[in-house]
Design a protein around this ligand. Structure first.
Ligand code: MTE
Length: 317
């Protein structure tokens, strides 16, 4: 698969370099080893960049100008491919996105394994332009294409014991060099696991995405399917999902396991709660030069604030 390369951003362009390097350095990393996986791109999968149609949901779209596609596809966090921002664009051709299934299981009345193409056909896709705020204090604006997660959860009928939803990314070191033992894949405990409270997962803003910019989701952005939770830091939006599990206990997420004092379960965007090593008060919008203030819940306070009524957001960070 040919991946278009474009203008690169250095980490230092968006976050103070010392802080950024420190974020990477908190985990003892092994030396990178040579990549062994062969090119496993599969002709059966719609190529990244193939057109994907969906009507825009204006009511749930921000009005800000979208980030350039080239930036959104070359400046990525996808540690399964490596920890540098340009690793995913370079390595993502290794990921085979067909056949692909997503198991939806756990505390549900009707567990189901969805073939990705059936899943896409079973729901009406919509486009939503969301702000994406990374915990590293950079942001983008991305027109996603997907279905509300609530539509899928409704089909499987969560039981009354279900309180949380756990998302798991594919585990396959042959396709994800970062998962190989000894490779500096961010020191995360693979597979990448994320989670939401059930009411957060059912919130209308929570989107299962299969495309962006009117196209099939590029591998580096989490193909073939990735959750997007726009009022939370970007790391809550797990990529390349193979399992969605309804559970009664709060899931242990990959970043919490790696550094719980830095990356909490909730991770709502909050300019008033600093990361232990940097402020979250402002952000650098990719493509802009001046920093802009970070908004409470990433600008979605009116829609999601009531989910957290009475909670101490400094404690539940
Ligand atoms: N999902 C997986 N499986 N692995 C990752 O390393 N990085 C997260 C999130 N989802 C990550 C992931 C982080 S830190 C961010 S900011 C967003 O993906 C980045 O999404 P983007 O590369 O599409 O902008």
């Amino acid at each position: 698969m040919l991946i278009r390369r474009a203008e690169r951003f250095k980490a230092s362009d968006v976050t103070d370099e010392t802080l950024y390097l420190n974020r990477r350095a908190f985990i003892a990393g092994g030396a990178a080893v040579a990549l062994g996986a062969s090119d496993v791109a599969d002709a059966a999968a719609p190529p990244a960049g193939a057109p994907l149609k969906a009507e825009r949901n204006e009511a749930l779209s921000v009005k800000d100008a979208a980030t350039k596609l080239e930036s959104a596809t070359t400046y990525n966090n996808f540690y399964e491919f490596g920890v540098n921002k340009d690793d995913p664009a370079r390595e993502a051709h290794r990921l085979k996105t067909r056949p692909w299934t997503v198991k939806v299981e756990g505390l549900v009345h009707k567990p189901k394994t969805y073939d990705i193409d059936d899943l896409v056909r079973a729901f009406t896709l919509e486009e939503r332009v969301y702000a994406l705020r990374c915990v590293e204090a950079w942001s983008m604006v991305i027109p996603w294409i997907g279905v509300p997660l609530s539509a899928l959860l409704k089909q499987v009928e969560p039981t009354s014991q279900a309180k949380f939803v756990e998302f798991t990314t594919l585990l396959d070191p042959a396709q994800f060099p970062g998962q190989k033992p000894g490779f500096f894949g961010g020191g995360l405990d693979w597979p990448y696991v994320e989670g939401l409270r059930l009411d957060e997962a059912l919130h209308p803003l929570t989107l299962l995405t299969v495309g962006m910019y009117g196209q099939v989701l590029p591998n580096q952005n989490g193909a073939p399917i990735r959750v997007v939770v726009p009022w939370k830091y970007g790391f809550k939006s797990a990529k390349s999902i193979v399992r969605i599990r309804l559970v009664s206990e709060q899931p242990k997420t990959a970043w919490e396991k790696a550094a719980s004092q830095e990356y909490g379960f909730y991770s709502n965007v909050n300019p008033n709660v600093s990361h232990p090593r940097w402020s979250q008060a402002t952000e650098r919008r990719i493509g802009e030069f001046r920093r802009r203030p970070t908004l409470m819940f990433n600008g979605y306070a009116d829609q999601v604030g009531s989910l957290y009524t009475g909670m101490d957001l400094k404690k539940y960070y």
